[in-house]
Design a protein around this ligand. Sequence first.
Ligand SMILES: Cc1ncc(COP(=O)(O)O)c(C=O)c1O
Length: 414
Amino acid sequence: MAEFPVDRLRRMFPALNRSGSSVFFDNAAGAQIPQHVFDAINDHLLCRNVQRGGRYRESREVDAEIARAREVLATFLNAAEPDEVAFGMNATSFIRLVSLALSQNFGDRREIVVSDLDHEANIATWMALEREGAVIRWWKVRDDGNLHLADLEPLLSSKTRLVACTVTSNALGTIIDVAGVAKRAHAAGAEVFLDCVHYAPHGPIDVQEWGCDYLVCSGYKIFAPHMGFLWGRRAALDALPTFREDFIPNVPPLKIEVGTFVYENVAGMRAAVEYLAELGGPSGGNDASSSLRKRLSSAMKAIREYEATLSAALLQGLRSIKGATVYGIQDAQAPHLRVPTVCFNLKNISPALLTTRLADKGIAVRDGHMYSPRLMKRLRLSPDTGAVRASLVHYNTREEIRVFLKELQEIAGN
Ligand SMILES: Cc1ncc(COP(=O)(O)O)c(C=O)c1O
């Protein structure tokens, strides 16, 4: 494997090169953006900050930008067609939109499977449907921090409408076998809604190979600004009863994208995918879309491999810290089962105090329940205090891990 060009990539991110900044390990709460993404947002705002659908030049440019972004994002996800991708505000509002639509037509299938490993956005939103007669079935995380297919199977029946689960835990970093989830859910006649928000910056996405029905992502985790996008299988979106004004055609993506969304951030998201693709080699093949897909696949595979080395180094280092408890998959030999997002605690120091002391040393990590309070309870932690989370992405380095571990060692009194 060629060496991962982390130094070259870091130079593209102004925030990583600010003087005085040290170690940024809070990427799960929002990653930094490369200059290229900022330029795309800036260009949109300065040159064409107008409504789409007009006959004049700037408005036609907005239409063209959105169409281009839709194609690029469809390629990122390996969607069958660009119209399966809809843009909007964030992941939570898309989960709400799909859940409200499904609740209008449960038929004989009222059961929704949710997991206690998930972000609360992909739990509470479905639980809110209990008022409409939905029945929630819990897929429980095991002590190893994973969701096992063997535990899902007994929950599925002819009453199951949907399985909602994460692709990767935003707290423990566990990667779920989502193709296995879809296979089992479909065998029972149910649909699958995947929360891909945390996984998206870490590895290749393939909605066709995974066989899911809906999938949601957030731009701010994928080196882009705050926005969200929803993918749905065409037939599933066609059947979805969404709110829209009468004059809006009842077809995706229009039936999903009712109202104005943040066009400049959609331009930024498109530029972020192009930034990732650049890692997979230069553009310019004959078939633009398949070559973009190929470049993206090899870029995301390279990111997976590099991040596995970060996971291994971080887990191994944390094991040597006095009084450290790591939650979830801890095996430094099995980094392929997780992304480099690690929750841990140190004995005799609260998560809030530990992150404050690290912040004083220029190290950015987060404490709390990570919007997964049920998981915190499952780990026998108080949701009020939770744990400390270090969340790394491809622009982080082993040198940063060394600095972070050294500070931890000092605090722990190693
Ligand atoms: C796994 C996961 N799902 C959902 C969300 C919520 O995303 P949004 O803020 O875009 O609604 C987050 C946010 O951190 C997340 O990590």
